[in-house]
Design a protein around this ligand. Structure first.
Ligand SMILES: [Fe+2]
Length: 293
């Protein structure tokens, strides 16, 4: 008798949890990040999007919500830049979703810049979650050339281990995009960071790059972790990267370099659940620091 009661209760709890976690994965929130620096003369506003995980069969309501949040935020704030930090697609079919539903929304005065993530190179399935057990289960490559073509035609500049130095509204900026899969996941590309007064920003899907460039750039924008995705009331069970678990979401400081890890906008098709790690779009404001402070 007690076993039956226990089983019924277990089914109810697991069922409730699954419904809750499925619905949380659709509730895109807006995060705000403000940074201060003496290296710029005029403020900069940025929209940071990560881990969209687009594919054709994805939940229409989730896709609609992503589009609504992007449109709403960009109508309120004319941003200078939009940064995309990888995992734009979850399967090849996401390339068309990106082209038709997302790229037309992305408007920024100074341009849209992107780096690629692991899901932009490979289509994963649930077996890959247990990769040590299924190491022989080959991952299928995506059509990365088509993805790059769509991004280019959609006005997105993809930085694949590239560094740009430019002047924008009186600010000298250095923008570095790290493509971990071209270089090896935990390494730093062969790019010499200039030793000048420019404000230096890095885009990298994997937050691990922080160990290679901390103290030498101002800020690193990354993703990949999904904020832990399934957490213990906000505390990630795993960081999915060589960083501390509490650094797997939001901002942390490493030798004067800010690492900002977005929880991402989407989820993988094989695990469309989030628990206390709601999806986010981050609005960043870089302000001119007060000389007196
Ligand atoms: Fe991801």
């Amino acid at each position: 008798m007690w076993i039956v009661v226990f089983l019924v209760l277990a089914v109810v709890v697991v069922g409730w949890w699954t419904v809750y976690a499925y619905r949380e994965a659709k509730r895109v929130h807006i995060e705000h990040l403000t940074l201060y620096t003496r290296d710029i003369r005029t403020p900069i506003s940025i929209m940071h999007l990560s881990d969209l995980h687009l594919f054709r069969e994805m939940s229409r309501s989730r896709l609609r919500r992503i589009g609504e949040v992007i449109k709403e935020q960009l109508s309120q704030t004319e941003v200078d830049f939009i940064f995309l930090t990888g995992d734009l697609i979850d399967k090849n079919s996401g390339i068309e979703v990106l082209r038709d539903e997302i790229l037309p929304l992305l408007k920024a005065k100074g341009g849209v810049y992107a780096v690629l993530g692991n899901h932009d190179y490979f289509e994963y399935n649930v077996l890959h979650v247990f990769s040590p057990l299924f190491f022989l289960h080959e991952k299928k490559s995506t059509d990365v050339e088509r993805l790059l073509d769509v991004l280019k035609k959609g006005g997105v500049r993809v930085l694949r281990n590239e560094m740009l130095s430019f002047s924008y509204h009186g600010n000298n900026l250095t923008l570095i995009g790290v493509d971990n899969f071209l270089q090896g996941r935990y390494s730093w590309p062969d790019l010499a960071i200039p030793d000048d007064e420019s404000y230096k920003m890095v885009l990298a899907h994997f937050p691990d790059v922080i160990h290679h460039i901390k103290g030498r750039v101002d800020v690193v924008f990354s993703g990949h972790t999904h904020g832990g995705q399934i957490t213990v009331w906000g505390y990630p069970l795993t960081a999915k990267a060589k960083i501390r678990r509490r650094e797997a979401r939001g901002a942390s400081v490493h030798d004067n370099t800010v690492l900002y890890v977005s929880k991402g906008v989407g989820v993988s098709h094989y695990l469309p659940l989030r628990f206390f790690a709601h999806p986010d779009v981050t609005m960043v404001r870089i302000e001119v620091a007060d000389e007196k402070k």
